[in-house]
Design a protein around this ligand. Structure first.
Ligand code: ADP
Ligand code: MG
Length: 542
């Protein structure tokens, strides 16, 4: 019989076991990359892009995003960390490492000729059970208990560049989040947008501070303008205060000096009118998203008005919220009621550069954390750690205060209880659930390995501890190398970190396991496809 070709010649295809093997290997490779960064003793990665820009980090999601992974199955693990980042903001390495280990265990089951469908079913059952177990392991704290929230923030920053000042940063962070937390009809509401993080190199991490208000990385545009304005009435403008640019292809033909004079006078009138429009509103501070012409700068400074130009859109929005002002598009339509209010607008020198502080705002629920640090790379990594910690604290508050012990204790207990659960089942899924249970040990094992501690010893000791009555919170203290009750040393995390990591990792693993055919089209056939589109054929989704 003649072979029949249904795919373009240059496409490649892998089916069955080959496809599975390849996908699993790719997934595991992704997990292996970030594995060495897990935990306080994890190492950092240096990422260099094509322009030579450098990032030094041990943040899982940052590493994976920057690596620009191309393999389709590997990308699914990158998605796991992205989802974790969006949903919680921390635990991105954990989620990927767990997914990698679930794949590794699955590979062994496939080697034993266990059908993927059975593995998938077993993994699903285990994942559901895991959620239940995690819930039962969690504890509820008072969401306004600052001391405990600070511990959560500190756990997230342990071992990161932020560590040196983690106590201070945790305090700042918890206070900042406290002031943006609102309760409405018994539900807490936190607008993450109300918390701004501003970085300035120079100084020590310890010099970082909390500003109840907003910092804009801009200065006033004219030296004669005041440095401080009290009782600031703020105009937020999304229009250039400049003479209108003529269209590029319009030409103005001026033939006589009188005409030129008239033209200039007309322009000056337009500019003066703009200043009048500003004055009419009663504003004494202007934040303008666009440019402000020199002559207008001068006129405004004469009137004692503080003005900044080319302010970022995101900053304009934050200013609008904090000062309860409205961003105005046309200056001639600006009215007094559009103005925002702040008790003080002041230009201050930070790290040798001028910045504008907008404080005592009408809406006090806008805060800025000003991070300081030696170099740009250091400060960027501190920011990532602070953002992770913020995610954790916010997640605990939103989740009604549910926390769980860290240091691999929760995963160890999960492993134990899932093993027990598998023994209550008789079906073929039992083996898959056992594998799932074993996979959970990857977290304490990796924490130990990364700290240069004998992992086998740690796991044996933890198993013994978890078999005792009060052993459920025992994990590894990577600084002493001893197994300890993690809650007693304040290593606590949001419950959500674990539930999300488990469900995200399981979903991705299942998706990868269910694939038995990978068809990749070659460049040529893709181009043909485009050609067809040009002739009015419907586009095909890939
Ligand atoms: P992720 O991206 O998953 O958040 P991290 O590098 O932040 O990865 O490491 C988080 C892990 O480190 C968690 O399992 C957490 O419980 C653990 N951890 C934090 N502090 C300690 C500590 N002092 N001893 C042991 N484990 C810790
Ligand atoms: Mg973390």
């Amino acid at each position: 019989m003649q072979p029949i070709y249904i795919l373009p010649e240059d496409s490649s295809r892998n089916t069955g076991r080959t496809a599975q093997k390849m996908n699993i290997a790719a997934g595991i490779a992704v997990a292996e990359t970030v594995r060495t960064t897990l935990g306080p003793k994890g190492m950092d990665k240096m990422l260099v892009d094509s322009l030579g820009d450098i990032i030094i980090t041990n943040d899982g999601v940052t590493i994976l995003e920057e690596m620009q992974i191309n393999h389709p199955a590997a990308k699914m693990l990158v998605e796991v960390s992205k989802t974790q980042d969006q949903e919680v903001g921390d635990g991105t390495t954990t989620a990927v490492v767990i997914a990698g280990e679930l794949l590794k265990q699955a590979e062994q089951l496939l080697e034993k000729n266990i059908h993927p469908t059975i593995i998938v079913n077993g993994y699903r059952m285990a994942s559901l059970k895991a959620q239940e177990i995690l819930e039962s392991l969690s504890e509820k704290i008072e969401i306004n208990n600052k001391k405990i929230l600070e511990k959560i923030a500190m756990t997230a920053m342990t071992g990161k560049s932020a560590e040196m000042a983690r106590e201070k940063l945790a305090k700042i962070l918890v206070e900042a989040i406290g002031s943006i937390t609102e309760s409405r009809d018994k539900t807490v509401f936190i607008d993450r947008e109300s918390l701004k993080i501003e970085k300035k190199t120079g100084g020590k991490i310890d010099d970082s501070e909390l500003i109840k208000g907003i910092i804009i990385d801009k200065e006033r545009i004219h030296p004669d303008m005041p440095r401080i304005v009290e009782n600031a009435k703020i105009l937020l403008l999304d229009q250039a205060l400049e003479a209108k640019e003529t269209d590029t292809d319009t030409q103005i033909r001026i033939t006589s000096p009188e005409q030129l004079q008239a033209f200039m006078e007309q322009e000056e009138r337009a500019l003066k009118k703009m200043v009048e429009d500003v004055l009419k509103t009663g504003a004494n501070v202007i934040f303008c998203e666009k440019g402000i012409e020199d002559s207008i700068q001068y006129m405004l400074s004469r009137k004692g008005i503080f003005a900044s130009r080319r302010v970022k859109r995101s900053d304009m929005e934050k200013l609008a919220k904090a000062t309860a002002g409205k961003i105005v598009n046309k200056i001639e339509e600006a009215e007094q009621k559009d103005l925002g209010f702040a008790g003080i607008v002041e230009q201050k020198k930070i790290g040798g550069e001028e910045m504008t502080f907008v404080e005592k705002c009408k809406h006090p629920k806008s805060v800025t954390i000003l991070l300081r640090g030696g170099t740009e790379h250091v400060i960027d990594e501190i920011e990532r750690a602070v953002i992770d910690a913020a995610g954790d604290v916010i997640s605990v508050i939103k989740d009604g205060g549910k926390i769980i012990a860290g240091g691999g204790s929760a995963e160890m207990e999960l492993s134990k209880q899932l093993m027990k659960y598998s023994n209550t089942l008789s079906g073929r899924e039992q083996m898959a659930i056992k594998s799932y249970a074993m996979a959970m040990e990857v977290i304490p094992r990796t924490l130990a390995e990364n700290a240069g501690i004998d992992a086998l010893d740690v796991l044996t000791s933890l198993k013994t501890r978890h078999d005792t009555k009060d052993g459920k919170d025992f994990g590894l203290n990577v600084f002493t190398g001893k197994t300890t009750d993690m809650k007693s040393i304040g290593i606590i995390e949001p419950l959500k970190i674990k539930t999300q990591a488990i469900s995200g990792a399981t979903e991705a693993t299942i998706m990868i396991l269910r694939i038995d055919d990978v068809i990749a089209r070659g460049k040529e056939s893709m181009q043909n496809q485009r050609g067809m589109n040009n002739q009015g054929m419907p586009p095909m989704d890939m």
